[in-house]
Design a protein. Structure first.
Length: 166
């Protein structure tokens, strides 16, 4: 997937084949660098006083997968999720609500522009995310990928997720 950067915007209306090629190779290099599977190490969210606390507890579980063809898949959860109670009782709805409280999953396509990755959501456990583009700041250092959520926030606040290449 090629980055969608307007050459006119970069050059004030002047186009350049050389700049387009350079921009493409920067985007291609960033995409190549993130391709693969990433294991979640921490998932912290900003709280009212400005500090951060773990969103899914101290040992969250999750994987973020980027493919070379521009696909993304993210699955995250807390390890303390309770199992469903048995049967189709009236508590089934409560079981479902409890089950997704500390869980997030989505998949779609992605593109990278500079230090921002855009996740274009095609399917999600949260149906209101389908069709939404999640804008994320990212920083890659060695085998560590740090992603900072940017608006729109899924849970109403900024989060910082640290992933290790798996």
């Amino acid at each position: 997937m090629q980055p969608r950067i307007s050459r006119k915007a970069l050059l004030g209306g002047v186009t350049s084949v050389g700049l387009a090629a350079a921009t493409r190779s920067i985007g291609d290099a960033a995409q190549s660098a993130v391709v693969g599977a990433w294991k979640l190490e921490s998932f912290d969210e900003r709280v009212a006083n400005g500090s951060f606390k773990p969103r899914f507890g101290s040992n969250p579980v999750g994987y973020l997968i980027y493919t070379a063809s521009g696909r993304v898949s993210a699955t995250l959860s807390g390890i303390h999720r309770r199992p469903f109670s048995s049967g189709g009782t009236p508590s089934a709805a409560a079981n479902c609500n409890e089950s997704v409280h500390d869980f997030l999953a989505y998949a779609g396509t992605y593109e990278i522009k500079g230090s921002t990755v855009f996740h274009h959501i095609e399917t999600s456990v949260f149906t209101n995310l389908v069709g939404v583009t999640l804008k994320r700041g990212f920083q890659l250092r060695g085998d560590t990928l740090t992603i900072r959520t940017l608006p729109p926030y899924i849970w109403g606040t900024q989060s910082v997720l640290v992933w290790r290449r798996s």
